[in-house]
Design a protein around this ligand. Sequence first.
Ligand code: 4AD
Ligand code: MG
Length: 433
Amino acid sequence: MDWVSVDKLGEHVGQTVEIRGWLYNLRESGKLLFPIFRDGTGLVQGVVSKKEVSPEVFEATRCLTQESSVIVRGSVRKEDRAPGGVELGVEDVRPLQVVSEKDPYPISPKEHGIEFLLDRRHLWLRSSRQHAILKIRHDVIRAVRDYFDSHGFVLVDTPIFTPAACEGTTTLFEVEYFDQKAYLTQSGQLYNEATAAAFGKTYCFGPTFRAEKSKTRRHLTEFWMVEPEMSFAHLEDVMNLAEDFICFIVERVLNDRRAELTVLERSTAPLEKVRKPFPRLHYDAAVKLLGEKGIDFQWGGDFGAPDETAISESFDRPVMVHHYPSQVKAFYMEPDPERPELACCVDVLASEGYGEIIGGGERMSSYEGLVRRIQEHHLPPEAFTWYLDLRKYGSVPHGGFGMGIERCVTWICGIEHLRESIPFPRTINRNYP
Ligand code: 4AD
Ligand code: MG
């Protein structure tokens, strides 16, 4: 007999099936045992009746400890009150490994401190809340790929070892690369610009690294970023894309992951409001808005997390703040032709105070302009020779953006901290497990 995954049990009502998994919980009530099994696809409650099974099976079940691995045979019964609509009338239980009572599974249903859990992240992933978050992450990533794949973008991967900075030299991880120095990529963007000139519209999706010594809940040192890039595009096109893309992702999760959002007790009302058009706020207007809210903010600076939160509180959906001063942005930004001190860039701030989830804009297309920027930012010119070539051989207006997967997942899940939105978080104080 084949074994059945728990999420498919509903298709086997009335049949005797085998499931393979782990003991999640066990309740005893006189001559009945109620083990809950999990197999990665779901939870199912078993019923073991002393009358109906052999004494060995009853005893073996009674002795199962949390997270013991088991193969279970039983008949699938309809049970409307159960989460998956079924329960399992257990006929046989074969333990594969019983977790020792002397060294029990460390994560019990009681409350644990966050450091305790993070040290045991390899086990914590089995908990229903973590499970729900990472399933939503999976769906977000699938939506990201589906979106670009169905909108004419070609996936072209970009390297992780790079010779130069993309997002500022202060947040680079330096590594030895034989007899040279290399840096872990902060963004695939510069390479995307090359691939977009080759393919028209491209995207890359992979891990990126930031060495900022930030301890905030919004920062990881290693995170996954998806970055589209389009030839013949201006800031307006980048904003249109960002808006459509976010709506697509949120709609997907609302359609496919209701159960997980419920586990997380995520209110879906704010997500239902994520519809086009998103408000577009010029940097000047954003500064004015902060002033009206009594927040002390000087024109010309970059917004900190509290400023972003304050701005987004005025809107019921993500807001796109555009035209920041060039001085607070990366070297490659196209200047606004009317006001060259401003950059043709956009940050998308998530609703409910979750802060920036997307950063992007139009890239400098002039060769001379870019040479000047590289000098002004004290970047090593030799590392950018290839990048400058893109402005020598058929330069066109182009642009794109980057979205941090974890920022997006954290917002959609309505959770506190980025560290739960990635399977194995890397932060300033954590590189284990
Ligand atoms: O705004 P950032 O730094 O922009 C870029 O890297 C551009 N080169 C992207 C592009 O235009 N192709 O980063 C983009 C996004 C942010 O909006 C945020 O979602 C995420 O990446 N991000 C981080 N996520 C987690 N931890 C960090 N330390 C992050 N830094 C940026
Ligand atoms: Mg940014």
